[in-house]
Design a protein around this ligand. Structure first.
Ligand code: PRT
Ligand code: MG
Length: 217
């Protein structure tokens, strides 16, 4: 049996065409089914549905043989585990967005940076944010949040946020502006190294099929 860990929503949706290219179709709809283990047309392949941030954990500890996770999630997970236990053979180029710094329009980020002011930054991505501001030599107080980062500058909790941006409409709707792009983000295939050894043929075949089906850009 090969177990693939996916999160519901965009990662599930955007992984389906790649699976289809490998001849695999999931036979249940995760949005209507309450099942957490989904069968596929191939009796030896199943999908487990986990929270996006739990995908690396499932794969690292063998709850799944492989999974699909955003680079954002992998960087935060890696900072906790030193990148151990996960083989990352492919950038799937799906669920693309970017990690950015955003502030209220009336906050002068550039001059705060220039003047060496201490900036309060709220984020779910503490490790990425810490590295980014350390590289720039900017002093920050990081405030860890678990959601709705956009609210932090609006309430005075923070001067800035580090969050994912794709269309920019969430920022716009909350009158925030993107003042700096930190890095492009996409989802990666992650594989448990022991599983790759034990089930080399079928896992290799899956990786190769994914690779052939990748979006061309
Ligand atoms: O939603 P849930 O709390 O269950 O978990 P999750 O947010 O971790 O999962 P999900 O499915 O929302 O995100 C899974 C992965 O998709 C992330 O780890 C990213 O790698 C990737 N991804 C791609 C995104 C976005 N685009 C994205 N736009 N993840 C989140 N967003 C959010 C962003 O945080 C912000 O709130 O969408 C909002 C911004 O979108 P725009 O289009 O308004 O700019
Ligand atoms: Mg989400």
């Amino acid at each position: 049996m090969i177990t693939l860990a996916l999160s519901k929503g965009r990662i599930f949706d955007e992984t389906m065409p790649l699976l289809a290219a490998a001849g695999i179709t999931v036979t249940e709809d995760p949005e209507t089914s309450r099942k957490l283990i989904l069968a596929t047309n191939r009796p030896e392949v199943r999908v487990v549905l986990v929270r996006a941030t739990d995908v690396p954990t499932y794969v690292q500890f063998g709850g799944a043989d492989l999974g699909v996770a955003g680079l954002d999630v992998l960087l935060e997970h890696g900072s906790e585990w030193g990148g151990a236990g996960l083989y990352q053979p492919l950038d799937l180029r799906i669920a693309k967005c970017r990690m950015s710094v955003a502030t209220r329009a009336d906050f002068d980020y550039a001059s705060a940076v220039r003047q060496g002011s201490r900036i309060r930054v709220a984020t779910k991505y503490v490790s990425v944010a810490r590295n980014h501001f350390a590289d720039k030599g900017v002093h920050v107080d990081l405030i860890k949040l678990y959601g709705s980062m956009e609210l932090a500058p609006l309430t005075g909790l923070a001067d800035a946020i580090v969050d994912l941006v794709s269309t920019g409409s969430t920022l716009r709707a909350n009158q925030l502006v993107e003042v700096e792009q930190i890095m492009p983000i996409s989802s990666r295939l992650v594989v448990n190294p022991a599983a790759l050894k034990l089930k080399r043929e079928p896992i290799r075949a899956l990786i190769d099929a994914f690779e052939r089906a990748l979006p061309q850009d």
